[in-house]
Design a protein around this ligand. Structure first.
Ligand code: APR
Ligand code: PHB
Length: 391
């Protein structure tokens, strides 16, 4: 099989890239190792930056998002019994975010790909990227028990943190920057209306907690837990009790409880692979970088990468100039490192490390106090949370 762009992975990065290329009249083939049901039900984050929502709309994938997504103009910070709302539009000149689950974004893009896109092969596991530094890169893959080769002009590895595309970059040329955290998130999905109309980020001496949502009837909540926690060791009652403790306030607010329908633990990691390009192989999304979920940047960074690639390849075809393709890695990494900085800052400000000292506790409270008393500090958070410019 032959195509212009071989895309490995049908997560948000791969699916949106296929859609953007289709819109530019550029052919692609998507190889996805798992089945459609797995991709569509995999629980991930649910916050779309304004820029991400705009890209989805422009790509014709925003109709259900606009109908079912929830526009949020702020978040609440809770610490030391205090509550402070961060007003996004007031601090960023009108920007907001949309609460719309990644599962829904993927369903919308898969439906569009099936209707009018190029081939999207589920159950097609890429085994290796070959010839990346030549003019004819290819992807060797296994599908329906048979090994085949997808010949391309370009390959984009959208295959996530555990994919194979990164392996095609010689170790001698790769620079990896990473940090693992001594804690993770226990995430639950519950059939109960959210107890607050916006997201709540809580810093508590017992650990971080986050109140989020999927709809007016479904809550999504997280608890900081030790990195090696087994989700099965937490009963539903223990989850609700701990969430109530960490989200407590000095006023009459209370946390509504309901049936928990999903429970899982997510590890915390910061990771950046440089460069994000090797010859005609380009890396996008989690294949190139990971952020701790605190800042809800993972999906939004993936969108920024594939918008940058699609824009660069379109430019190459329209002008013959490879300048934007040559700048792809540097362009993406500038945005990636801003998101890494923001996600690291938010994570270290709100999570209490197992070996935290009283000094570090007071430092966290001072950082939070600064955000609630300085418009400049608050605006930095609001700008980063609602999104970095793409390209
Ligand atoms: N061959 C084919 N597909 C593969 C292979 C392979 N060898 N390895 C992985 N994949 C697929 C995975 O099954 C997955 O569907 O690549 C896809 C990668 O998707 P994501 O991991 O979601 O990565 P990305 O599209 O970059 O989206 C980043 O997803 O994981 C979240 O928090 C992350 O929100 C962020 C977003
Ligand atoms: C989510 O709703 O899954 C979510 C929201 C905000 C975050 C992380 C996850 O910072």
């Amino acid at each position: 099989m032959r195509t212009t762009v071989g895309i490995i992975g049908a997560g948000p990065a791969g699916l949106l890239l296929a859609r953007l290329l289709h819109g530019a009249g550029i052919g692609s083939v998507v190889l996805e190792s798992r089945d459609r049901a797995y991709v569509e039900q995999r629980q991930r984050a649910g916050i779309l930056e304004q820029g991400t929502a705009d890209v989805l709309r422009a790509a014709g994938a925003g109709e259900r998002m606009d109908r079912q997504g929830l526009r949020h103009d702020g978040i609440e910070l809770r610490f030391a019994g205090r509550r402070h709302r961060v007003d996004f539009p007031g601090l960023t000149g009108g920007r907001s975010v949309t609460v719309y689950a990644q599962t829904e974004v993927c369903k919308d893009l898969i439906a569009l790909q099936a209707e009018e896109g190029g081939p999207l092969l589920f159950g097609a596991e890429a085994l290796a990227v070959e010839g990346a530094t030549g003019d004819r890169p290819s992807v060797r893959y296994r599908h329906e028990g048979r090994e085949s080769v997808l010949e391309c002009d370009y390959v984009v590895g959208c295959d996530g943190f555990r994919g194979v595309a990164r392996e095609a970059v010689p170790a001698a040329l790769a620079r990896v920057h990473e940090r693992t955290y001594p804690f993770g998130w226990l995430g639950v999905l519950a059939d109960v209306p959210p107890s607050h109309d916006e997201l709540v980020y809580a810093r508590h001496d017992r650990g971080f907690a986050l109140l989020s949502m999927r709809s007016p009837a479904v809550s999504r909540l997280y608890l900081q837990v030790p990195a090696d926690t087994d989700a099965r060791s937490w009963t539903d009652e223990a989850v609700w009790d701990e969430l109530a403790r960490r989200l407590e306030t000095d006023d009459d607010w209370s946390l509504a409880r309901g049936p928990i329908t999903r429970k899982s633990v997510t590890p915390m990691r910061s990771y950046v692979h440089e460069p994000m390009r090797h010859g005609r192989l380009f890396l996008a999304g989690d294949a190139a970088h990971i952020v701790p979920p605190t800042g809800a940047k993972g999906l939004n960074l993936a969108v920024g990468d594939v918008v940058t690639f699609a824009r660069a390849l379109t430019h190459r075809r329209e002008t013959g100039s490879a300048e934007l393709l040559d700048a792809y890695s540097a362009t993406c990494l500038r945005r990636v490192w801003q998101a890494e900085r923001f996600s690291y800052d938010l994570t270290t400000m709100l999570h209490r490390a197992p070996d935290a000292t009283p000094f570090e506790d007071r430092l966290q409270l001072a950082r939070l106090d600064r955000i609630t008393t300085s418009r400049a500090a608050e605006a930095d958070l609001a700008e980063a949370y609602t999104g970095f410019p793409v390209g």
